[in-house]
Each structure stands twice: as C-alpha cells, then as structure tokens.
Design a protein around this ligand. Structure first.
Ligand code: GLC
Length: 559
C-alpha cells in the first residue's frame, strides 16, 4: 500500500452511505429528509465512521429515486431546502464527519430544462447536441439507431415527436426513458458540470460519489452490441465480473468504461484541487478487471473507485483471498487505496445475499417468487463474518445504512408497493432494488420503528423489523450494532486501514487469514473448525467457545 498522508483522510476512511428517502423522516410524509438526517447524526458519530455519502437529494421527479435530476443546484422539496443541507453539513462537520454528495452526470431527468430545451429546439440544434439524439433506421426512421438494451429493461432508445406531432429523432437512455444521457463530447456539458461541482464545493461538500462514471463516453459510431446471456449486471449488459462465480473476461460493451472518461476525471481533479481540505472523487464504475478500475484512480484522476469485484465475490476462501490480493495489487500499483464494500442501494443486502442459493445479478433483486430464498440466520452470520473481515482490510471501506443493524433484504415486499423502474420496465420479471431500500428501524416501539413519527413509510417495513431497531441493539453485547462499533474502534486504534497486510498460511483453503498492524485476522468459511492460537481475542463475529473458530466466523487476535 502507498503511504497515506496525514491529510488524505479518504485513504483510510469508513464512509457510510445514507439513502435519504429511507434514513429518517422529520416531517411525517413517509419519506426521509435532510433535517431527519441531521437529527440522527449523533448516532452515526457514535458508530465511529469518518464520512457520510448522501444518495441524491437534488430536485427531481423521483422516477429513479432521485437519480433523475432536474436541477443539480437545489434540494428537492421532498428532502428539504438548501438551508437544511447547510445545517446538515455544519452539524456533520461539528462531529468530525465529512459529507460526500452523489453527483449524477451521465444523464439528467427528462424534466431538466436542458432536455426540455433540446426537445423544443428541434433536430441539429446546439440544444439537441447536449444529449444523444440520433435519427432512426429503416423506413421513416422507425427503427432505433442500434440494438442497445437499457439497464432497466427494454430498448435504450426513445422516440420523440416533432412539433407537428409526426415521429422524430430518438434519444439514448442507458437507464429509464425519463433519464436521457448527456453528450459528454460536448464542451458545453463539461462546463455546466464544472459549475455544478463548484456550487457544492463552495458550500463545503467534501467530495463526490460519481454516479455511472463508467457510462459517460460511448464508443464512436454507437456500434450494435449483444451482451452475453448470463452477464450479471444492472441490466444484463456489462463487463463486470459475474456475481457469486469466478470472474470470466467478456466482451466490452460500447457504452461502459470507454477510455475517453479519463480526460473528464483529469478536469474534475483540477477543479477539486483548487479547494482546501482534500476533497474526494469516488467512482461508481462497473468495469472489469480491477487493473482497469485502478486506472480511474491514477494520481491525477479520481481518488477512489468502488470495489464491486470484492462485493460480488462468492463466500469462498480461495475466491476471497484472490480478490483481496488483486485489489491491493491493482490499486497500490497506482498509489491509490483499495476500497471495500459489501452492500449499497442497488444490490441485495449482504445479510441475505451471502446465503443465496441462486445467483442474483446486480440490480435484479429477489422477491416472494425467487428460487433459493436465503436462510436468515446463515445470512446474518456470514454478513457479520464478512464485515469483520472487510473492516480489517487496509484502505477505505463503505457501509450502507442498516447493515450495522444486520438488516436483511426485504424479500416479502408486496408487488403493489414496488417503485423501482426495473420492476416496471421488465414487467415484473426482475424485482429490482426496493428490497434493500426499505426505511430503517430506529426504536422498536415507535411508529414506523422510529423512522417517521406519523408511522408512514414510502415502502412498507416488515412487521418483525422491531427486532433490528438500533435502540434495541445499542449496548447489547453480541448485537450486530455493537460488533460494528467495536470493529470500527479497533480499526482506528490499531491503524489497520493504513497498515500492510501479510498473508498467513497453513489454515486450509476455506480459511482467510492475515496479519495487519500486529492484529491476526482469521475468517473461517468452511465446515471444519479451526483451533485458534493462544492470543487475546480482540473481536469475534460470534461467541468463541474453547478457542475454536466455527464455520462462518471471523476473529481478530492481539499478539
Ligand atoms: C447508479 C445508481 C442507481 C441508479 C443508476 C442510474 O447505478 O447507483 O441507483 O439507478 O445509477 O442513475
């Protein structure tokens, strides 16, 4: 690992993802908001994290839960006001927490004034050139410009009408038809985003998580592309390592990970470098292999990229060891920290995913009719072991709200409650991501388990979620919350995140074992128990009896 500088806080940071709709609702409308977050910040400060990343709270028609932005420089009234953001930021800074904003540059909402202007201005106008408009093929241009399939299902192209009502051009949308892709080859678009970045940096934001950073440049000529049938992805078309199985290299889609993105990151890097306090850029980049992801975090580009290869590694010793080795090698090769992540708002929560008996591709979700439903106890036990392993790894770690409570995926969410465009665009074939987005429980006996005083919740909470409430777990030995707290405290105390990892051998292939900053970390993923060396147990994901490490358990040992 490269040596962290004292000021580059993000190299070792634990960054907690807040999904604002589902964190804490202050006004009783059933949707979480910024004042709700501010009110609950003490709980996060107590947990021992370093930063929060807020999923989008900008003005938006909310067709994709805020990832469809109609004004990048304002807060959606659903979440509050700019003044609420300023207060949140100030309060967080008061607790020593950094605040990372989610920037969505690949596409806007179709309600954004830029897109409305593009529709009004007509073909071949400068306004249309800000987006990806093309003429259709075939008779009357009735066939889409190419065969690309949207990540959320259906064609990636939507046809617009001319002012006289006759069918006109098509526009590209990698995601929902309400999310038209911007044309990042157009300097005007680049200038606008520089202004937007500065707007939030001037307000004091500590950096950006960059949404769909891998999609912003498309291959010239927009050639046809057919994804391999079994590709695991946000929509069946990706070069991401398949989930739960060993990675196989597959053909590169012409809309993901094109080399032109690096020029954009260099520009953004220069903008952030003008500001004090080590502002950070973190890429959401579903690209494969890790060496390619590492190119995005070269010294003059972004600072971090999510490690999705780690997230989707099967719960198997050899696979985990390999991905950890490859991550450290790839990222340290460019002087960047590796990141580690197990859950976010787009994937099945790891307390369920790690016990799935069938592959669940990224974004596809699981629901009442999914085969091979996960066993809750097995899932939670593996999740606790996996997180205990992750938080000992050198680099920066991302947590997703609710995982510190051991929350499972909500598998029984009724179809009538679903809101993810994936569910609608695939006509119910894929459940989508609502199951990991259900509002989190704070106090067991309160309305909506403390999420909202009115008892409303934009997605219904399972009736048994009181058992996961934060207040019920706080101070309770052995609870998942206390496990997270202890791990975060020890990680900081021993400086694990900035240390060098040395592998330990001789435990067998189902065991992942290493030493870091004088701490021995052993995860047993296999059925055979492991005799533990005689050393102080600093942390254990389950109770350890007779110095024997059972299946699906991680320990940290002192010297
Ligand atoms: C990212 C977000 C996801 C969103 C998509 C489109 O992948 O994480 O939630 O739907 O981008 O913006």
């Amino acid at each position: 690992m490269s040596q962290p500088s004292a000021t580059e806080w993000w190299r070792t940071a634990v960054i907690y993802q807040i999904y604002p709709r589902s964190f804490s609702d202050s006004n009783g409308d059933g949707v979480g908001d910024l004042p709700g977050i501010t009110k609950r910040l003490p709980a996060l400060a107590e947990l021992g994290i370093d930063a929060v990343w807020l999923s989008p709270f900008f003005r938006s028609p909310q067709k994709d839960a805020g990832y469809d932005v109609s004004d990048y420089c304002d807060v959606d009234p659903l979440f509050g006001t700019l003044a609420d953001f300023d207060e949140l930021l100030q309060t967080a800074h008061g607790f020593g927490l950094k605040v990372i904003v989610d920037m969505v540059p690949n596409h806007t909402s179709d309600q954004h004034p830029w897109f409305q202007a593009a529709l009004a201005a007509g073909e071949n106008s400068p306004e249309r050139d800000r987006y990806m408009f093309r003429n259709g093929k075939g008779k009357g241009g009735a066939t889409p410009p190419n065969n690309w399939e949207s990540v959320f299902g259906g064609s990636m192209w939507n046809r617009v009408a001319r002012p006289d009502g006759t069918p006109g051009q098509w526009y590209l949308h990698i995601f929902d038809s309400s999310q038209p892709d911007l044309n990042w080859e157009n300097p005007w678009v680049r200038e606008q985003f520089e202004r937007i970045l500065r707007f939030w940096l001037d307000r004091g934001a500590d950096g950006f998580r960059v949404d769909v950073a891998h999609g912003m440049i498309k291959k010239h000529g927009l050639p046809n592309y057919t994804p391999p049938a079994e590709a695991a992805s946000m929509g069946g078309a990706t070069d991401l390592a398949p989930t739960m199985v060993d990675p196989q290299p597959i053909a590169e889609p012409p809309y993901w990970g094109q080399p032109g993105v690096h020029e954009i990151w260099r520009d953004w890097h220069r903008v952030l470098a003008e500001y004090e306090g080590d502002r950070v850029l973190c890429a959401e980049a579903w690209v494969d292999p890790l060496e390619k992801v590492a190119k995005w975090v070269r010294p003059d580009e972004m600072n971090q990229a999510f490690n999705f290869a780690f997230m989707f590694t099967a719960w198997r010793g050899p696979a985990l060891r390999r991905v950890i080795k490859e991550s450290i090698k790839a990222f340290s090769g460019v002087g960047a920290p590796s990141t580690w992540v197990l859950s976010n708002h787009d994937v099945v929560r790891h307390a369920s995913r790690l016990a799935l008996r069938h592959d669940s591709p990224q974004g596809a979700g699981i629901g009442p009719k999914s085969p091979g439903k996960p066993d809750r106890a097995v899932g939670l036990r593996r999740a606790r072991a996996a997180t205990s392993l992750m938080l000992a790894l050198p680099g920066s770690a991302y947590l997703y709200q609710g995982e510190e409570l051991g929350l499972p995926e909500d598998i029984e969410l009724p179809d009538s409650a679903r809101q993810d465009p994936t569910w609608f665009r695939t006509k119910g074939e894929k459940y989508g991501r609502d199951g990991c987005r259900v509002p989190i429980p704070w106090e067991a006996g309160e309305p909506a388990f403390g999420f909202s005083a009115s008892g409303k919740s934009w997605l219904p909470q399972p009736s048994d979620w009181g058992a996961y409430a934060r207040a019920s777990q706080a101070g309770k030995p052995g609870s998942t919350l206390e496990l997270y707290r202890a791990a975060l405290q020890l990680r900081r105390r021993y400086g694990l995140a900035s240390a060098r990892l040395e592998w330990l051998r001789g435990f067998g292939s189902a065991v992942v074992a290493f030493r870091v900053a004088g701490v021995t970390v052993i995860s047993n993923l296999g059925p055979k128990s492991v005799d533990l060396p005689d050393a102080e147990i600093l942390l254990a994901s389950e109770t350890i009896v007779d110095r024997v490490l059972p299946r699906d358990t991680t320990v940290w040992l002192g010297s």
